[in-house]
Design a protein around this ligand. Structure first.
Ligand SMILES: Cc1cc2nc3c(=O)[nH]c(=O)nc-3n(C[C@H](O)[C@H](O)[C@H](O)COP(=O)(O)O)c2cc1C
Length: 386
């Protein structure tokens, strides 16, 4: 997302000299040999180890997908319930000016926690925005004694990672797989639209590339996005959030080069993001999808969309598919509304669903990945408990 494939591949030869010349210290400092290790990655390994059921349910919640890995959540637990709260201090600025993505991410956490509560032996009743007077209190999960249901989706929780690698152009995701993914929606008011034939993919890809270009041309959006970029190993271990080099799924040489070289500027990162959007995310997608709801301003509907995204991504993980959200069209449409400017991407999204009644809020790509998706850092259960 942020690295220049071309730049780092060109530096491959230099890199070997640097390592041989003693740069091995920088390599170690930068976590070149430590992918997925350190405290920032412990939550992926010890998510089932906490003492109480409620803590273990939170341990599943914090592994959910969420915008820019901002982890915009707090949890309050008792023996009978887990309550989820939005943490507005972790909002990603004008990338998400109306907290659409934040609520989708909170819905993702609800989905993981529901699966974990069922595995823990509870019958779960989920209430979204249960307190009309407190918009920060976004979900209440009431836990009652029941029978343990350990699902494939639950077991996939620690293996699900956003996959930004090229997808295999020789393998098409079969139409019945797309149908199975869309059928995971248990709510008539949340629907998946697919763009799988050449013409539909072309239309989606053209809009997505234009949105990525418009996003980096908006200085404040560029600054707010860059704020969550963690190029340094110490930085990511300290913050335990944000977007990392490992999460880009580069090939191993490029990954090493990206870690060894000095931090790149915001402008370089933006250029690489557009390049990867064009040459990897769009060019290698087997299909694109768009989760849509009837009212994209409604936080409950946004959370329903998040629950579905997380469920689909877990299902995809079980079936060895890669998935990656591509939210630039929606990020631009939200920004257009905020700035009261020409709704270029509002119209694009309307064009993609073909109806005012279905409003797209979560665009993405999928396919068979050529490289493994790696874990992103997470804050611990203790850090997010109220
Ligand atoms: C609402 C939402 C929007 C997202 N938008 C993007 C996106 O535009 N591009 C991208 O590469 N990842 C996107 N992601 C993925 C997150 O960056 C990812 O979930 C987060 O970094 C944590 O990593 P993980 O999913 O591998 O655990 C989005 C996720 C959510 C929930």
């Amino acid at each position: 997302m942020k690295m220049s494939r071309r730049t780092f591949l060109k530096t491959g030869g230099v890199l070997i000299v640097v390592v041989a010349g003693g740069g091995v210290y920088r390599a170690a400092d930068q976590g070149v040999f430590s992918s997925g290790q350190g405290l920032a990655y412990e939550p992926w390994k010890d998510w089932r180890d906490a003492t109480t059921s409620s803590e273990r349910i939170v341990g599943a919640g914090i592994l959910a997908a969420n915008p820019h890995n901002s982890q915009p959540w707090h949890f309050r637990i008792s023996e009978q319930a887990v309550d989820l709260y939005a943490d507005y201090t972790r909002q990603i600025g004008v990338i998400d000016p109306v907290q659409r993505e934040m609520h989708i991410g909170l819905g993702c956490a609800v989905e993981n926690m529901t699966l974990a509560a069922q595995a823990e032996g509870f019958t779960v009743e989920v209430s979204l925005l249960p307190d009309g007077t407190d918009p920060q209190h976004v979900a209440h999960l009431a836990l009652a004694a029941g029978q343990s249901q350990v699902s494939d989706l639950y077991n996939a929780i620690p293996n699900r990672h956003t996959n930004r690698s090229p997808y295999d152009l020789t393998r098409t995701v079969a139409p019945d797989m797309l149908a199975s993914l869309a059928a995971l929606s248990d709510d008539d008011a949340v629907q998946v639209f697919w763009y799988a034939d050449v013409a539909a993919k072309d239309k989606f890809g053209t809009y997505e590339l234009a949105a990525a270009e418009a996003l980096i041309a908006d200085e404040q959006q560029s600054i707010d996005s860059n704020h969550w970029w963690r190029q340094g190993w110490a930085d990511l271990q300290a913050h335990r959030d944000g977007i990392t080099i490992d999460a880009q799924s580069f090939d191993s040489l490029l990954d090493m080069a990206a870690k060894m070289l000095p931090d790149q500027s915001r402008q370089q990162g933006d250029a690489v993001f557009v390049q990867n959007t064009r040459d990897i995310y769009i060019s290698t997608a087997s299909a694109f999808g768009l989760i849509a709801v009837h009212d994209q301003k409604d936080n409950v509907q946004r959370m329903h969309a998040g629950q579905l995204w997380q469920r689909m991504h877990l299902w995809a993980t079980v079936h060895e598919l890669g998935m990656q959200p591509l939210n630039q069209m929606c990020e631009r449409a939200d920004r257009e509304r905020q700035q009261r400017i020409d709704p270029v991407f509002g119209r694009a999204l309307r064009d993609l669903t073909g109806s005012d009644d279905w409003q797209g809020i979560m665009p993405f790509r999928l396919g068979y990945p050529t490289r493994t998706g790696l874990a992103s850092p997470r804050r611990s259960i203790q850090e997010v408990l109220l």
